[in-house]
Design a protein around this ligand. Structure first.
Ligand SMILES: C[S@@+](CC[C@H](N)C(=O)[O-])C[C@H]1O[C@@H](n2cnc3c(N)ncnc32)[C@H](O)[C@@H]1O
Length: 256
């Protein structure tokens, strides 16, 4: 499938979605007018959205470095997005070319661009699947050796899974076969400010509405497994250098 064909496969380019809005925030070129309009709409009520996206990517890079330090050489990246600078396989292969990375996304352009990027890359694969179907994901993640430690990455994706889909149960099905879980999620612990209602309204008109959760709800996704230091904190503070503003996206890593 070509990238334009992929765009048509997800209801065309008329309805914005999280993958392409995020690509726009990160300065990518795989987005369309509807995505840019929605992203600008979000920036008008939540000016930090672009910074949040960048901090989230920086968190992902630090997390992968941490997991490599722990000896992990296999990564299942759920909701991996449209490839951009500092992809998981680039970080992992720079440390150990034998590391194995499987990307999973439901969005056709994210999958198609990943497929092109990885065409000549050994030890990296992409699966077009919905993370809400763990059996389907695992059955296609054939690059990963179930006998060796696997880290699950669910970075800035679970807020696109509504409570009605029971994301805690879904994560349980990934935890059962993994050694680490790393995730990030938009966290709102106090009464949401009025602009977050406006931000939710922007996403409600996309193919990927957002569900806000508090720290306790996000912590429950780890099923009681201990969080490595510093626990669930703004991604900008997770093992980061320097004095940076707290991000609205919080992240944590648990050892299973
Ligand atoms: C904000 S982007 C995050 C990309 C990447 N994880 C990162 O943090 O840089 C969210 C991604 O999750 C994907 N996504 C949303 N719902 C999904 C689902 N049910 N299954 C798989 N991917 C999903 C979107 O298509 C999008 O590419």
């Amino acid at each position: 499938m070509s990238v334009p064909d992929a765009a048509r496969a997800l209801g065309g380019t008329e309805q914005p979605n999280a993958a392409r809005m995020y690509d726009y925030f990160l300065g990518g070129s795989h987005n369309f007018a509807a995505d840019r309009t929605a992203a600008e709409g979000l920036l008008s009520v939540a000016p930090d959205a672009r910074d949040n996206a960048r901090e989230n990517r920086a968190f992902l890079r630090r997390v992968v470095g941490y997991l490599l330090d722990q000896g992990v050489r296999q990564f299942l990246d759920l909701g991996s997005g449209i490839p951009t600078a500092g992809n998981v396989h680039e970080i992992a292969h720079a440390r150990d070319p034998g590391s194995r990375v499987v990307y999973v996304d439901v969005e056709p352009i994210a999958v198609e661009t990943s497929r092109r990027l990885l065409a000549d890359t050994p030890n990296a694969d992409v699966v077009h699947a919905d993370l809400r179907e763990p059996d389907t994901v695992w059955s296609q993640a054939t690059l990963l050796d179930p006998g060796e430690p696997i880290a699950i990455l669910a970075i800035s994706v679970l807020h696109f899974i509504p409570n009605s889909d029971d994301p805690e149960r879904i994560l349980g099905e990934y935890l059962a076969r993994s050694r680490y879980l790393a995730l990030s999620h938009v966290v709102v612990d106090e009464a949401p400010p009025p602009e977050s209602e406006d931000g939710l309204a922007v996403y409600a008109r996309t193919a990927t509405p957002v569900t806000l959760r508090d720290s306790a709800q996000v912590t429950a996704f780890f099923h009681g497994h201990p969080l490595v230091e510093p626990g669930l904190v703004p991604v900008s503070h997770w093992r980061a250098d320097g004095d940076v503003e707290p991000s609205a996206i919080h992240g944590a890593v648990a050892e299973v």
